[in-house]
Design a protein around this ligand. Structure first.
Ligand SMILES: Cc1cc2nc3c(=O)[nH]c(=O)nc-3n(C[C@H](O)[C@H](O)[C@H](O)COP(=O)(O)OP(=O)(O)OC[C@H]3O[C@@H](n4cnc5c(N)ncnc54)[C@H](O)[C@@H]3O)c2cc1C
Length: 531
């Protein structure tokens, strides 16, 4: 089997790439996905993330190593394993990040990645239901819609945030992210718009695009320093497949570095213990792992929330009927309704924390919501300094790598999260929210706000990922960089990485929209270089 381009991984970035590369019928493109087709209805119903997350049919179900920053806890790290990748199981929240994030990437030496460089790709990808604007696109494949579901408790949180001195912002995806308002969603007519729905569905009938599912790529093939293709399992058989022009890894922040390491590209001292021959020494592979850690203050309240609604069989049946008839109601709910991008200190230039306001609460989403009425005010630090890494457990792609997130390892990170929790409490103390709250469920009254160590310790004991691992094949010019500004792997030919792993620093928000932008931009660079 021979193709011009091989894309490994049909996730947020990979689907965008496969579509754009195959727009020209003379390019023969192959897309390899380890997971299966996106045929489960739960992938397409927004609240289906409760069914797809933690389900090995759609999720890699990674677990981190015990993390010192979490008082030794090991936590779940879901990642999509299906067409659409993580965009098929994610919370549907559409957030680009701050313009300054990308200007910072440019400042680090990455030519072509400033905000003004990447904005055209965000706009090109997007089909924003509010219509076009200076910063918004309305004729791209990715449907972005306004939130349709409101809840009194979320509106009350916005008003209380204003009472606490924060502003409202009707479009955090505009030039100014700061403020509170409803999230925008990757959804259309009440259904999820994954990267597979947006980019693969319209391209599936192209004869020059071949999509392989249940086809894990096991290693790269080389001729000297040139990558010539991949070895993948197709219909259960290992096969060598040739890329005449390029191979592009879009296997995500875990899959892409794992595949490089298994193929002998990485720090020699990380490869040799697993009997892997060093093909190309590149010490940054698997390093620079960054993620957003969320602390989840939960408030019991005296109004109905989704917790109580879903425990009532009659209401549950009505929700299903409402969704079946009109694609509206609680089944269209994204993982969060309310967004807040706020500053912990007035002198900061841009927000450093993000709130996710959810009209429900749970100890673990897989166990279902609490039995009492409550809402969650999840808070995270937008640009953590702490970096982790991943390393192989074995030379087999079938073994998950060892993931070391290294959360809360710097004083700035600890201070910011503690201040975020204090701000959550300050907002909860304002009207109209204060009158709706009957008790603080977590952290709870035993964790005194002025006791820094107690608040931090509660965060270490209870915080979880909000599912944004990035940076493990970072773009840059320094010795720890894995790819250059055109996403070519340093020191090798015909190999690029294009997914969330190339981010030199994590973006200030949820990472799906930036990953899709990376796929869009990579396609232009690949086609330009192939001319
Ligand atoms: C549960 C969850 C909720 C999230 N919620 C949000 C949200 O609401 N908003 C938001 O913006 N972001 C959210 N994110 C994060 C966002 O979805 C990801 O950052 C983004 O999808 C990453 O895109 P990617 O292209 O880098 O990787 P992915 O989309 O993860 O794609 C990688 C693909 O490569 C495949 N793959 C891996 N290894 C191999 C191999 N060896 N061979 C073949 N295929 C392989 C995988 O199966 C996968 O399909 C969430 C993520 C998760 C998991």
């Amino acid at each position: 089997m021979e193709f011009d381009f091989i894309v490994v991984g049909a996730g947020s970035a990979g689907c965008a790439l496969a579509n754009r590369l195959s727009e020209n019928p003379s390019n023969k493109v192959a897309l390899f996905e380890a997971g299966g087709k996106d045929s489960s209805p739960w992938i397409h119903i927004p609240v289906g993330y409760f069914k797809t997350m933690g389900n090995p049919k759609t999720d890699w179900c990674y677990k981190t190593q015990p993390d010192p920053g979490l008082n030794g806890r090991s936590i779940s790290w879901p990642r999509g394993k299906v067409l659409g990748g993580s965009s098929s199981i994610n919370g549907l929240l559409y957030v680009r990040g701050q313009p300054q994030d990308f200007d910072h990437w440019r400042q680090l030496g990455n030519i072509g990645w400033s905000w003004s460089d990447v904005l055209p790709f965000f706009k090109r990808s997007e089909n924003w239901e509010n219509g076009p604007g200076e910063n918004r696109g309305d004729d791209g494949p990715l449907a972005v819609s306004k939130n349709r579901l409101t809840r009194d408790v979320v509106d009350a949180w916005f008003t209380s945030a204003e009472a606490a001195g924060f502003k409202k912002n009707p479009d955090y995806n505009g030039i100014d992210q700061e403020g509170v308002g409803y999230f925008q969603l990757t959804a259309k007519d009440g259904k999820r718009c994954s990267s597979a729905v947006a980019y693969l569905k319209p391209a599936r009938s192209r004869t020059n695009l071949k999509i392989f599912t249940n086809a894990p790529v096991e290693r790269l093939l080389f001729k000297g320093k040139k990558v010539t293709g991949i070895q993948a399992r197709v219909d259960g058989q290992l096969q060598d497949i040739t890329a005449r022009k390029e191979t592009i890894l879009s296997a995500g922040a875990i899959g892409s570095p794992q595949l490089l390491l298994i193929s002998g590209i990485g720090a020699p001292d990380k490869l040799k213990p697993h009997g892997i021959e060093v093909h190309h020494a590149l010490k940054g592979v698997g390093e620079n792992l960054q993620d957003h850690l969320q602390a989840r203050p939960v408030y019991k309240c005296n109004v109905s929330t989704v917790n109580t609604e879903v425990r009532n069989p009659l209401k549950q049946a009505m929700m299903a009927v409402q969704y079946a008839l009109s694609r509206t109601g609680p089944m269209t709910m994204a993982a969060s309704l309310g967004a807040g991008f706020l500053k912990t200190r007035k002198e900061l230039e841009t927000p450093d924390i993000q709130f996710h306001i959810q009209p429900f609460s749970a100890d673990n989403p897989a166990d279902g919501p609490h039995r009492f009425s409550a809402f969650t005010t999840s808070v995270l630090q937008l640009r953590p300094e702490s970096c982790g890494h991943l390393e192989l457990n074995s030379a087999s792609m079938a073994d998950h790598p060892a993931i070391h997130p290294n959360y809360l390892a710097t004083k700035t990170d600890c201070d910011t999260l503690v201040e975020g929790i204090r701000i959550a409490r300050r907002i909860a103390a304002q009207e109209p929210l204060a009158s709706l709250i009957t008790a603080e469920h977590t952290p709870g009254e035993n964790v005194a706000n002025d006791n820094y160590d107690a608040v931090l310790n509660w965060a270490r004991d209870n915080s979880t990922t909000i599912y944004h691992p990035t940076g493990t094949c970072k773009m840059g010019t320094d010795s720890a960089a894995v790819v250059d500004h055109r996403l070519r792997v340093h020191g090798l030919e015909n190999l690029r990485v294009a997914d969330a792993s190339i981010m030199p620093t994590i973006t200030s928000g949820n990472t799906n929209a930036p990953a899709i932008m990376i796929g869009e931009k990579a396609s232009d660079m690949i086609l330009e270089d192939a001319m």
